[in-house]
Design a protein. Structure first.
Length: 400
């Protein structure tokens, strides 16, 4: 009997769209390290590097819903081509900047962030049209969530290779080329090109954030993203405490391996329960998965294995979010809704990074403990927003 995942992979367009979207998303995973390396190798300070990175992240969080809304009203092709070109131009501007002319670099970061091609929400809006509802759609969302981990594994590695091959400036041009190539390849696919905007039956087009249930999902996504930002600082702090700074990279890779395991299991054996019944429970399990990382005195190999455990529940949780958003959102607003979900998790990750950095400054040798406890608390608290009784005001038939 064909598995749901196997059926998804054999569906025309799915593999091509998934691969091209992942290539187009690579600059997002390359940007933070690429920007820091550019500034530092030009003699700039960490303040400028941090400012450029923050501008890029915040601009992306703002731009994704706006571009998603544009897709909902104009279709995918025009928006993806325009944003792909503009986003690549932003990377070129950053590459042309110097530490002595920070305004140019900040302008490039702003442009590239605002114009980041909304490939994530675009692909997630296509899944319900590509595969039938039920186990296959659940498997598609799990596949999507797991594949995203490959981007964040490949991004830093490609940045290191790009800097080695082309220098810090050339690496930004390399990232721009990858993003533009992947975006154009996605936009030129026949299925994406033929996706027409859904006509609004009556009244003006409205934003999904006006819906109370959807706002709860956005809050939940913030909580999902928070530990993703925390763990970046936590693994760095652990490596420094152990005198093994390179351990941070291994721990992050281990965390991504755990996520791939979770994605594979959930794609092969998707839950039969409707997502609104699973969101809060999955969020709680995600929080608990991070808790063992508080054992900062554990041996290196043990702590790295705990990082694997921490990653397992992320893709299954995200898959439930993707499916739930699709079920509670009107088709003419679906891309914007998916974009808000993406922005929320990115803002949560940024918040986790900032909070962990502050904790590292004041908590000393026990900073990892307090980072983890803070992240677990935030994720668990945000999970309360999506308890079944709080998100089931949508007709039950629509949630099954």
């Amino acid at each position: 009997m064909t598995s749901p995942l196997g059926s998804v992979l054999r569906t025309p367009h799915t593999v091509y769209l998934l691969v091209t979207s992942l290539v187009g998303r690579l600059p997002t995973a390359m940007a933070a390290l690429a920007i820091v390396q550019l500034v530092r190798l030009q003699g700039g300070d960490f303040a400028l590097a941090g400012s450029m990175t923050a501008v890029y992240v915040v601009a992306g969080a703002i731009g994704q819903p706006l571009l998603g809304r544009w897709i909902d009203s104009a279709g995918q092709t025009l928006v993806l081509v325009v944003s792909g070109v503009a986003g690549a131009a932003g990377f070129v501007v950053m590459a042309a900047s110097t530490a002595d002319a920070p305004a140019l670099g900040l302008a490039g970061a702003l442009l590239s962030g605002l114009a980041t091609a909304p490939l994530e929400p675009a692909l997630r809006s296509l899944w319900p049209r590509l595969v039938p509802d039920g186990p296959q759609l659940k498997a598609a969302f799990s596949l999507d969530a797991g594949a995203q981990e490959l981007v964040f594994i490949a991004g830093p590695l490609l940045t290191v290779l790009g800097i080695t091959a082309f220098g810090a400036t050339g690496n930004l041009l390399f990232a721009a080329a990858l993003g533009l190539g992947g975006t154009l390849a996605f936009a030129l696919d026949r299925f994406s090109r033929t996706m027409e905007p859904v006509a609004v039956e009556s009244g003006p087009r409205r934003s999904p954030v006006r819906d109370g249930v959807f706002r709860r999902v956005v809050l939940f996504q913030f909580g999902v993203g928070f530990p993703l930002g925390m763990i970046t600082i936590a693994v760095t702090a652990y490596g420094e405490q152990r005198g093994l700074p390179e351990l941070a990279g291994w721990a992050l890779s281990a965390n991504a391996v755990g996520a791939l395991i979770g994605a594979t299991v959930s794609a092969l054996r998707p839950s039969a329960l409707p997502p609104y019944r699973l969101l809060a429970g999955y969020g709680a399990l995600l929080a608990l998965g991070y808790l063992p990382l508080a054992l900062f005195g554990a041996p290196e190999i043990v702590w790295v294995l705990l990082a694997v455990l921490a990653g397992v529940m992320l893709p299954p949780t995200l898959a439930q979010v993707f499916e739930f958003v699709q079920k509670i959102t009107r088709p003419q607003e679906l891309t914007e809704a998916n974009a808000w979900a993406v922005s929320a998790i990115n803002v949560g990750a940024a918040g986790g990074t900032v909070a962990a950095g502050l904790i590292a400054e004041v908590a000393g040798g026990t900073s990892i403990l307090w980072m983890v406890l803070t992240a677990v608390t935030v994720t668990a608290a945000c999970s309360l927003a999506v308890l079944p009784g709080r998100v089931s005001r949508v007709p039950i038939d629509a949630l099954k």
